[in-house]
Ligand binder design. Sequence first.
Ligand SMILES: Cc1ncc(COP(=O)(O)O)c(C=O)c1O
Length: 432
Amino acid sequence: MTSEELRALDKAHVWHPFTQMRDWNAPEYEPLVIVGGRGSVLTDADGHTYLDGNSSIWTNIHGHAHPKIVQAIQNQAARLAHSSFLGLTNEPAVRLAKKLTALFPPGSLPRVFFTDNGSTAIEVALKMAVQYNQLEGRPEKCRFAAFQGAYHGDTAGAASLGGIEMFHGRFTSLSFPVMRIATENDLAALDAETIRSLAGIIIEPLIQGAAGMRLHPPGLLRTLREWCDRHDVFLILDEVMTGFGRTGKMFACEHEEVIPDFIALAKGLTGGTIPLAATLTSEKVFSAFLGDYAEMKTLFYGHSYCGNPLGCAAALASLEIFETENTLEALQPKIVLLGELLRDMADNEPHVGDVRQCGFIAGIDVMTKKGVPYPWQKRTGARVCEAARRHGLLTRPVGDTLVLMPPLCFTEEELTQAVGALRAGLREVCGG
Ligand SMILES: Cc1ncc(COP(=O)(O)O)c(C=O)c1O
C-alpha cells in the first residue's frame, strides 16, 4: 500500500490514543506512517528519517531493531509465542523473574507478577496491597495516597490515582477516592484515623512524567520510606517511566537507596519492543496469600497474556545488553552533555522558560517570555514538535513542555542534533 492509501484507511477506521480525531482526520493533515526503525532512527513510508526523541513514547532503550532483541524474539516465536500463565509456566518468564529480582538487594523484592502494561502493573499492586490487609485482618486499611500531578495509567484503578485534571477529571465517577498530597508536609498533617485507613502511598520516583517532567525534591523518597515504615503503610514505586536506566541508574529508587514494598515496571522492560510489565513485591506480601484453597486467600487477578514468552525473551535480551554493552556506564557522559545543551538552550532561547533534567530525561518549558506561558489552547508545544519534525526529530510534548527522552543508545552527535532540531522548531514557531 502507498502511504497515501494507508493514511486514507487510517482516517477511515482508526481511533488514536490521546488524539483529537477531528484534527487528525482533517484533509490537510498528513500523519506520518512509520515503517521502520534502526538504532536511534525511525523511517516513514515516504523515506524520511527522524531521530526518535521520545523513545517511542518512553519505551525504547537500546535503539530499534537491536539485533540481540530481534534474534531473541525470532527464536522464541519459532518455539512458543504464547501459552497460558494460569496454571502453567514457561522458561523465559521464569528466567526473567529471577533476573529482575536480582536487580534489587538480595531477598528484598523476590516475587514477580507479570502483566501487559504500566497501568496493569499498577492495578495489581493496588489489589495486592488491599487484599494483603484484608488477609492480615485489617480491611479498613484500603485507601491510597497519591501525588498532585501524578500519572499512573489509564485503567480505572490506575487513573483513580492520577492527579492531572485534563486526563482524569472527566472520569471521577469511575474512580475510587484517593488522598491527594503535594509535599511531605501533607503527610504530617494527616490524623491517626486517616493514617490507619491507608494501604499505600504511590509515587513516580524523582520525576513526574505526564505532569510535564516535574522533579520531586531530593530526599523525598527517603522521607516517604521512613514515614511508611513508621506508620505501617506500603510504599509503591511507579518506575514505569523511570525504570531501566532513564535516570542514569537502573532504577530511580537507587538514587536514594530506597527499597519499596511494590515496584511497577513496564515500558522499557522489553527494550521497547513488546508489551510486558512486571510488579515486584516482598516475601512478606507474597506469603500472606498462601493457604488452603478454601481459605480464599488466592489473588484472583490476571490477564490472558500474563508471562508472555515473547515479551519475556525480549526483556531477557534487553537486560543482557545492559551488561554486554555497559549501557549505564556509556550513558553517563551523555547525561552530562544533555545538561550542557539544556543550559545553553535556557540561556540563549528567549522562548524557553524552565528546563528540567533527570538523567537522560529532559523537560523544556516553552513560554512567550521567561515566566509567561502561552495560552494552552494554542498548543504551542505541539506546534514546536511538528516544526522539529522538519528538522529530523520526532517527539511529543506534554502540554507546552517539550520532552526529550531519547533511547539510551543515542550518540553525543545525535543528542546535539536533537536539541538543535528542537531549537530550530522553537524559533520557527515562537520567533528568534
Ligand atoms: C509513570 C507512569 N506510570 C504508568 C504509566 C502507564 O503505562 P501504560 O501506558 O503502559 O499503561 C505511564 C505511561 O506513560 C507512566 O508514565
